[in-house]
Structure formats: C-alpha cells, structure tokens
Design a binder for this molecule. Structure first.
Ligand SMILES: [Zn+2]
Length: 371
C-alpha cells in the first residue's frame, strides 16, 4: 500500500528581504489564479492537459513567467473541481472559489530542493526559479525529526506547498501489503478515557483534564491555543500507545462522526453526547491520527454509524437509555454489567462484524487481551 505523508519546514531562517519577495510572488500568484478561476467559471473548465498557450497568456499585466502562470491555471482548475465535488449533492451551495494569495502548490518546474553540503547550519536550499522578472529565490531550510523520519521511510516527491511561513514537503511511503490476520478491535472514544477497547484496555485516562482546560480558556485566546496544543500532544501519545499493540491487530473499528447533521434526531442525540465528549475538532483530530497510524502499520481502519452504541447490551441486544448510568452499564433486561465505554467499544466492533461490510471479517477472533 502506498501512502502520501507530508511535513512542514519553517522558512524563518530566510532573510527579511527574501521573505518579502516571497510574499510578493504569492500575492501575484493568487491574483493570476483568480483571473483563471473567473475565466474558467464563465467559459468552462478545461482539463489540465488541455491548457493551451493562449489560455496561459490570458492574464494581462502580470510579471509571472509562463511556467508559473501555467501552475496557477492548474491550481485554478483544481480549486473549481474541488468546490464542485464538495457540493455535488447540494449544487445550490456552489460558489466561485477565491485564491487568497497565501499559498502556492508548485512542482519541480519552479522549485527544487537542493542539499546543502558546505555548511552545517542548514540542511538544504529551496531553490525557486522561472518565477518571472528573473527572480530567483534561495530559501534556507532546516530539517527536523519528523521530516528526517519521512526521508528514511519513503521517497520524496517533487511537489511543494509554499507559503510565506513554511514549505511543505511530501513523501511517498510504501508500506507493503495489508496484514491479513485474525484480530480486530473496536475503539470507543470518550471523555473519561480517550480510547476504550473492546478487550477492556483503556488509554488516555487524563483526557478529561485537557478538555476542561480548553473549556476554561476564552475562545480563541492564546491560552486556549496552548491548551489545544497540549491536547493534540496527549492524543498523539495515546495513538502511540495503541500502535504498540498493532502487531497483534489487523483491523480497527471506530464510530464515525461525519455527516452527523443529516438527521435532526441523530443530531440532537449527538450534541447531547458531545457535551459529554472531547469536542468535535479533537474527535476529528484523534480519528485522523488513528487512521494514519493504521495505514502506516498496514492495519485496516473502518467506521460504523453511531447509534445507541453505549446503550445497547452486548449480551442480549436490549437497547435502553436506562442501561447506562454515567460510566456504568447495567442491562435492564439481562443484568449484564460493565464499564459503559468498554461496552460501547464491544458494540462498535459487533456492529461492524455483523454489518454488510464486516461479513468477510466474520471468522475473526474478536476477543483477546493485550499482555
Ligand atoms: Zn442484556
């Protein structure tokens, strides 16, 4: 399986004049991009391979090179396609995208990362040329732990996302074929424990204090930013903890959050649950990190719809709100009792295994313990 991973390198080591020059390039790039967007919006979007010279020459009064104009035209096409794809089921929401002139997606025609051999201060130069007006920019780049890891794991790709503050490098990583073994786990996300597994293990027990710290801070304040950073860090640590057990696992099932507002009944239930939970952005972040960890470790990642997972009895199937009282689960029908989050994790896994897509996983051994 091949994956793409990317990492940002700060451009803060460049001189002020280089950085203001870069800003000038990005601003003009955004302006040209918007000219293309407007044109394609009115006259139809060509395919990227159909970009003719006369189209590329369309923007008047720009100093950007033909090469960079072509890059801008391609990005304009991508942006239009993305908007249309995003709202394909709600076409009345489609509106013309606008490039803000803050970033550019450039390839080897414009940018080149050159290893630096002479000095130990920086690791590489990002060499930008063919921009127009004979502008050439050499921006110093320092690598960091994450990017060195990506260099070791995979092949660097020749495309860059360029902003005033950083350059983002991308890597292709080949993980080999997915594992096909016998172990699946269900994970429930909660506030008492970030992750509760169907086998009874729990991770991230301190997450509630992180959430409370965020809620205490004023919205958008520096303190809140810091608190969110701390929370992301905590989530990353929990993912790492779980990854340690991935040798024994080949399938992870979680509850999905996406499309949560497609039914008002579901929305109400979820919003009530969200108050007891870690918050939407943190939930998204957590699932994304978990999914990435699964990909890197050749573990399959699946989601199930979130319905009554914490109120249904895993033994007799009786679903009742009264089955759950805070963190305690006790079935009103058969008396089965346990930790509510772990019960939810078992239900999540069962929902997947008994569902349409879970059929081929049926022979999987689903109860096992980490030791
Ligand atoms: Zn029961």
């Amino acid at each position: 399986m091949k994956l793409i991973r990317s990492s940002k390198c700060s451009l803060k080591f460049a001189t002020d004049s280089k950085r203001s020059e870069l800003k000038r390039v990005l601003t003009e790039y955004g302006r040209v991009c918007n000219i293309f967007i407007e044109h394609f919006w009115k006259n139809g979007t060509p395919s990227k391979s159909e970009l003719l010279k006369e189209t590329v020459d369309l923007p008047e009064g720009t100093w950007l090179s033909a090469r960079l104009r072509k890059v801008a035209a391609r990005e304009a096409i991508d942006m239009i396609t993305a908007v249309k794809e995003r709202w394909k089921n709600k076409p009345w929401k489609i509106s013309m995208p606008v490039h803000k002139g803050r970033r550019a997606l450039v390839s080897c025609t414009i940018a080149e990362l050159q290893d630096k051999k002479d000095s130990s201060e920086f690791d590489a130069w990002l060499h930008l040329s063919s921009i127009g007006e004979k502008v050439i920019l050499d921006l110093p780049v320092k690598y960091h732990k994450h990017i060195n890891k990506l260099f070791a794991q995979g092949k660097r790709l020749n495309s860059y996302i360029l902003t005033e503050k950083y350059v983002q490098l991308s890597f292709e990583i080949d993980t080999g074929p997915k594992k096909s073994g016998k172990n699946a786990i269900g994970i429930d996300t909660g506030i008492k424990a970030l992750a509760s597994l169907n086998n009874g293990s729990q991770f991230g027990l301190a997450i509630e204090s992180c959430v409370e710290r965020i809620k205490r801070c004023d919205h958008g304040s520096q303190g809140q930013k810091q608190a969110r950073r701390a929370m992301r860090q905590r989530i990353d640590e929990v993912v790492k903890e779980i990854v340690k057990h991935f040798e024994k696992i080949d399938l992870v099932v979680v509850e999905k959050l996406k499309n949560m507002n497609y039914k008002s009944k579901l929305k109400r239930r979820l919003s009530k649950n969200m108050r007891r939970s870690i918050g939407t952005w943190a939930y998204r972040y957590w699932l994304k990190r978990l999914e990435q960890a699964c990909e890197t470790n050749r573990v399959s990642f699946r989601t199930v719809a979130p319905f009554y997972t914490s109120q249904t009895c895993p033994c007799c199937g009786h679903a009742d709100r009264g089955n759950r009282v805070l963190q305690e689960f006790r079935c009103l029908k058969c008396g089965h009792a346990g930790n509510a989050d772990i019960v939810a994790a078992r239900n999540i896994l069962t929902r997947f295994l008994t569902g349409v897509y879970g059929a081929r996983y049926k022979p999987y051994e689903t109860m096992f313990s980490f030791s």
